[in-house]
Design a protein around this ligand. Structure first.
Ligand code: MEV
Length: 442
């Protein structure tokens, strides 16, 4: 295949032609598959095409809902966009379980976001520190126009600090700027402010005789996706006696459940999977509400390692026969800006959640992570996860085998109380259909 120049400037048709001719054995069949996922409503398709560059088609992802989430006394149906078969079922199960035991409680602890102008200064930095108040004043003046709107909504720049990072890296300094971005995630707002501030910092160095402007170099100006001052806590709690679980006493369940968290706190191999399960719930809601799940993932994992060791994002205590289980995580989310008004399903997700503000959405997302972790640990310390997981996966296997509805129903009934391992499903499917069992390739 030859490299192509100016690909992004081609029409969608021309791009698809080039793509399928140069990258597939059967270009016609490939084109057909890509086109199958185009939306028949041209305006809607155009909207999706314009989200990114070189859009060829849409990538469908299941959008499910988990009802019965009682959060701070209010019932919610939570939208989840995710392809993993057992996640929505697990969320729904946890929601019902905790609805019977007082529901979820949430509390937003902080909402501040951070950005930096990363710069090098090879001169004597004392005048810079001595004049920090003048610099701050100047930075506030040059950003006044940008921040006016946010200030009218109760947000804006909350602090500007000059940080000496030379112990970590020669000549390295930061302007560390904290922001309150109200109902928006704030990435554009923060980055725009930082870019203006960087220019102003350079000008400040030129205007002050004690500083050597030629020794100052701005390297980057960018928000940090690590938001340890934008924290939400979600929890559940009940007397141990109320913790019924399959085939295990309530006390035994509470003890083993806590052990599972103790293990995640000392064993990063387990903590990674433990937190991955939490992110199953978090990402699904973050995606359904049009937020940036990569940013949320990055922040949560950094937070999980803030002690210097990667640990569990959830915690558990057993005190005076009361079981308490909670999550505390950084979540920088928005309900305005970004995709929130553009993507029709995002609009519906937010409406389904009662048009939450950003703080309320933080709570809902944290609950979804906690619920997911509860379902995973509950299964892991009792029956194991394969029973529930494979049951959901059974339908995927049968769809792959192109089973009819009747065949699906018959086979699902057969596996009702068995773990449906792939080989056994294939064998049973062949028996039901009356076809020979395919030989397994060695
Ligand atoms: C699977 O996607 C997630 C789990 O592995 C999480 C866990 O082990 O805690 C079930």
């Amino acid at each position: 295949m030859e490299p192509i120049k100016g690909f992004s400037k081609l029409s969608k048709e021309a791009k698809l032609q080039w793509l399928t001719t140069n990258n597939f054995e059967d270009s016609e069949e490939a084109q057909k598959v890509f086109r199958t996922y185009w939306h028949e409503d041209g305006d809607l398709q155009k909207k999706h095409d314009e989200f990114i560059e070189n859009t060829m088609t849409n990538y469908f992802m299941p959008y499910g809902v988990a009802p019965n989430f009682e959060i701070n006394g209010k019932l919610h149906t939570i939208p989840m966009a995710i392809e993993e078969s057992s996640v929505v079922a697990a969320a729904s199960k946890s929601a019902s379980y905790w609805k019977e035991r007082g529901g979820f409680k949430v509390e937003v602890i902080s909402t501040e976001k951070i950005g930096h102008v990363h710069f090098m200064y090879e001169g004597d930095a004392t005048p810079l520190f001595d004049n920090i108040h003048l610099l701050e004043e100047q930075l506030r003046v040059v950003t006044a126009e940008l921040t006016a709107n946010m200030e009218s909504r109760g947000g804006g720049i909350t602090s500007i600090t000059l940080v000496d990072k030379r112990p970590q890296l020669a000549h390295y300094f930061q302007l560390e700027v904290c922001f309150e971005t109200c109902d928006s995630m704030g990435a554009n707002f923060i980055n725009s402010n930082l870019e203006v501030m960087a220019g102003s910092l350079e000008q400040f160095a030129k205007d002050h005789v004690q500083l050597e402007a030629n020794k100052l170099e701005v390297v980057m100006r960018i928000l940090s996706n690590y938001t340890p001052h934008c924290i939400v806590k979600a929890s559940v709690s009940c007397p141990i006696a109320q913790l019924e679980s399959e085939g295990i006493s309530a006390t035994e369940f509470a003890r083993k459940f806590k052990r599972a968290i103790d293990i995640a706190n000392v064993e990063p191999y387990r903590a990674t999977t433990h937190n991955k399960g939490i992110m199953n719930g978090i990402d699904a809601v973050v995606i359904a509400t049009g937020n940036d799940f990569r940013a949320v993932e990055a922040a949560c994992h950094t937070y999980a390692s803030r002690s210097g060791k990667y640990k569990s994002l959830t915690h558990c205590t057993i005190d005076n026969d009361v079981f308490t289980f909670w999550i505390e995580i950084p979540l920088a989310l928005g309900v305005v800006g970004g995709l929130t008004k553009l993507h029709p399903l995002v609009v519906k997700s937010l409406e389904m959640l009662g048009k939450p503000n950003a703080r309320e959405l933080m709570g809902i997302v944290a609950v979804s992570g906690l619920a997911q972790n509860f379902a995973a640990l509950r299964a892991l310390v009792t029956t194991g996860i394969q029973k529930g997981h494979m049951k959901m996966h059974l339908m995927n296997i049968l769809t792959q085998l192109e089973a009819t509805l009747e065949e699906k129903q018959e086979i699902a009934a057969f596996f009702k109380d068995k773990v449906p391992h792939h080989r056994e499903v294939v064998n049973h499917f062949c028996a039901v259909r009356g076809v020979p069992i395919p030989t397994v390739k060695k």
